[in-house]
Design a protein around this ligand. Structure first.
Ligand SMILES: C[S@@+](CC[C@H](N)C(=O)[O-])C[C@H]1O[C@@H](n2cnc3c(N)ncnc32)[C@H](O)[C@@H]1O
Length: 204
């Protein structure tokens, strides 16, 4: 069976078909625009990073504002022009997040992306628990590093804890949407939360 997105990824020089998920999310919600600072968590092999560098103009190939893209994965991956690529770095470890804080030099990010996924065991409940745990790590990080009004996109494999996660997102973001992009395979339980309008952390 031919997968049209695999073919399309080859034609358009994306490293994998996942690129089209982010492109489809962006087509509908315009979350990535020139000049924005983006952190891409779980980025290998790098197709979301390719999309993010193009849309934020972090590679400075076009006129206008130039963005910044930081891409992290626990696997090594090849550089992407216009991105700071941090391979071999587990996002759940404090040191990785400290490295990112240092790179940002006190600045905050506009958009946090998490396409992180654990190795699947095939046991749905276990895989759901593991990906929800990664999603909370991304949320916890996003709360510290996102500009007010910023955006978080986070992937989960659906299951019993998704609703609570959505409720928690709503505590910190004005608007939360659940998206299943066309490029997500029909048989997949994958879905993305798009949380926009970060309210900021109230201090007291
Ligand atoms: C679906 S792939 C990401 C595909 C990527 N968005 C792209 O378009 O090329 C999920 C990635 O999450 C990464 N990942 C899983 N757990 C992680 C962790 N704790 N820290 C960093 N990356 C992690 C995996 O290594 C894998 O590369």
């Amino acid at each position: 069976m031919r997968d049209p997105y695999v073919e399309k990824a080859k034609q358009e020089n994306y490293r994998c078909r996942s690129a089209f998920k982010l492109l489809q999310i962006n087509e509908k919600y315009q979350i990535l625009t020139p000049g924005l600072t983006v952190i891409d968590c779980g980025a290998a092999p790098g197709s979301w990073t390719q999309v993010a560098t193009n849309l934020t103009n972090s590679h400075a190939k076009k006129e206008g504002p130039v963005g910044k893209v930081y891409a992290i994965d626990k696997l090594p991956f090849y550089p992407v022009e216009g991105a700071t690529v941090l391979g071999n770095m587990d996002f759940t470890i404090d040191k990785t997040q400290e490295t990112l804080y240092k790179l940002l030099q006190g600045n905050k990010a506009d958009v946090i992306l998490s396409d992180m996924a654990p190795n699947a065991s095939g046991i749905r409940a276990i895989d759901h628990d593991n990906i929800i745990s990664l999603a909370y790590t991304a949320l916890q990080f996003a709360l510290q590093i996102t500009k007010v009004h910023g955006t978080l996109v986070v992937k989960v494999w659906d299951g019993g804890k998704s609703q609570q996660f959505e409720q928690n997102l709503l505590k910190f973001y004005d608007n939360v949407k659940v998206i299943k992009p066309g490029a997500t395979r029909d048989e997949s339980t994958e879905k993305f939360f798009l949380a926009r309008g970060f309210k900021g952390l109230k201090i007291n």
